[in-house]
Design a protein around this ligand. Structure first.
Ligand code: GUN
Ligand code: ZN
Length: 444
């Protein structure tokens, strides 16, 4: 029940402060033998076991995780649940990939049962990767969002999701209209936004698939309900940016297409944002809008290299989270995705250290979603979403870990070797996933 006290004991890592703005080492909170006590969905005590065990009520035995790193639940700021059936599709760049693989996969969600089965599989797959919050694209069909929220509510996960809006440049079976997209989104938001831990995102797919009227309708809905989220794609590939310039000749940039419709605002999350200039970064900084860095997707489609350290320039830092962008991304694991983020940074001549990397997948994602007062950290009062990383997931990793001399090296190696599945995942103070020979979920 809600009043049950539960506790975890093990090596705990979390962050205070932003390591892109302050000295990374000073932002790290590390307890070699730490204790997290939870009740009513929140953390009620946290610290070194020796000094915190007094907070354990009589008879509460902490669950112990050896060979592990207990970190905040991971946050995926950009992912498409309908695309798990075509992840790893061969040989196309963004626009051809959408036509050849993505749209056909999304047709299948006209069937409600298919949507429900996929939502069920997707949520379990995400939890097995240690992800406890995600910003999720559904399809154009309203029941695709219904199916996803219903599944998320079952696990009590804090999820952001929305039905895709698109009224042009896609197969007719996947199109809504400006008016219908507005109405369906408004009704879904009325039903789900703020119900338990669920949050609604107005989701125009991207400028090429939305008329001016549709973008304006999205802006109108957000003006009526400023508490909603907005998610879309921005500046992903060069061919896409060129197409947007053709479709919207009067706009000064791709971002300006969204700005003119009133979509550049707090709780807006723009996926990719690779081909951005300084003025675009300044606009996002001022607006409180966020960017979702999706390195595995960007490498897989050959879209380009995100300018992570420019986006987070301390003179005008933009909110940045990490996204898997499955099905263009090749893994639902944010741990693996961080390994790819390191390589994207390396190709740009930058070094993404383990502390900044962990921040991106936790507190950075929370800031991107304007939820930094609730999730993304382990701290008293925060929602008790936890991810238990396995530092001995494979014999190779166990061996390598023995040669690590400090915690940052260990964390970096875990990201680089990138095991898909975590050891355990806790949501709102309850264990929801345990790895093992027969992996088990809280709700069969
Ligand atoms: N741009 C518009 N739609 C999509 C999508 O589904 N995936 C990616 N990666 N980019 C997009
Ligand atoms: Zn995407």
């Amino acid at each position: 029940t809600d009043s049950t006290v539960r506790a975890l004991r093990g090596r705990v890592l979390t962050l205070k402060g932003n390591p892109f703005l302050d000295e990374p080492g000073a932002c790290l909170v590390h307890h070699e033998d730490g204790l997290v006590v939870m009740q009513g969905g929140r953390v009620t005590a946290f610290g070194a076991y020796a000094t915190t065990c007094g907070a354990l009520p009589e008879g509460v035995v902490p669950v112990e995780y050896p060979d592990s790193l207990i970190v905040p639940g991971l946050i995926d700021t950009h992912v498409h649940y309908p695309q798990i059936q075509m992840i790893g599709a061969f040989g196309e760049e963004l626009l051809a990939w959408l036509t050849r693989y993505t749209f056909p996969a999304e047709f299948a969600f006209a069937d409600r049962v298919h949507a429900e089965e996929t939502a069920r599989l997707f949520l379990r797959a995400v939890l097995a990767c240690g992800t406890t919050t995600a910003a999720v694209y559904c399809t154009v069909h309203p029941h695709s969002a219904e199916a996803f929220f219903a599944e998320s509510e079952r696990f009590n996960t804090r999820m952001v999701a929305g039905k895709v809006m698109m009224d042009r440049n896609a197969p007719a079976a996947l199109l809504d209209t400006a008016e219908r997209g507005y109405r369906e989104s408004r009704d879904l938001a009325a039903r789900w936004h703020g119900r338990g831990r669920q949050l609604y995102a107005v989701t125009p797919r991207f400028a090429p698939s939305c008329s001016d009227a549709q973008l304006d309708a999205a802006g109108a809905l957000l003006a009526e309900r400023p508490d909603l989220y907005l998610q879309t794609h921005l500046c992903e590939s060069e061919a896409e940016v060129a197409w947007v310039r053709e479709l919207f000749p009067a706009r000064s940039s791709y971002l300006d297409v969204y700005a003119q419709a009133g979509l550049v605002r707090p709780r807006a999350v723009f996926g990719h944002a690779i081909h951005m200039d300084e003025a675009d970064f300044c606009t996002c900084h001022r607006a409180g809008a966020a960017l979702a860095h999706c390195p595995s997707s960007n490498l897989f489609l050959g879209s380009g290299l995100f300018r992570l350290f420019d986006a987070l320039d301390p003179r005008r830092p933009v909110r940045v989270g990490l996204g898997t962008d499955v099905g263009a991304g090749t893994s639902l694991s944010l741990v693996r995705t961080l390994g790819e983020a390191y390589k994207v940074a390396a190709l740009r001549g930058d070094k993404l250290d383990a502390v900044r990397a962990l921040w991106l997948a936790t507190a950075g994602g929370a800031e991107a979603l304007h939820l930094e007062d609730r999730i993304g950290r382990i701290a008293v009062g925060y929602e008790a979403d936890l991810c238990v990383l396995d530092t001995a997931a494979t014999p190779l990793m166990a061996h390598r870990a023995r040669y690590c001399t400090d915690i940052e090296e260990l964390l970096f190696v875990v990201m680089t070797l990138g095991h898909e599945r975590v050891k355990a995942t806790w949501v709102a103070g309850e264990p929801v996933y345990e790895a093992g020979r027969a992996e088990s979920f809280r709700y069969a």
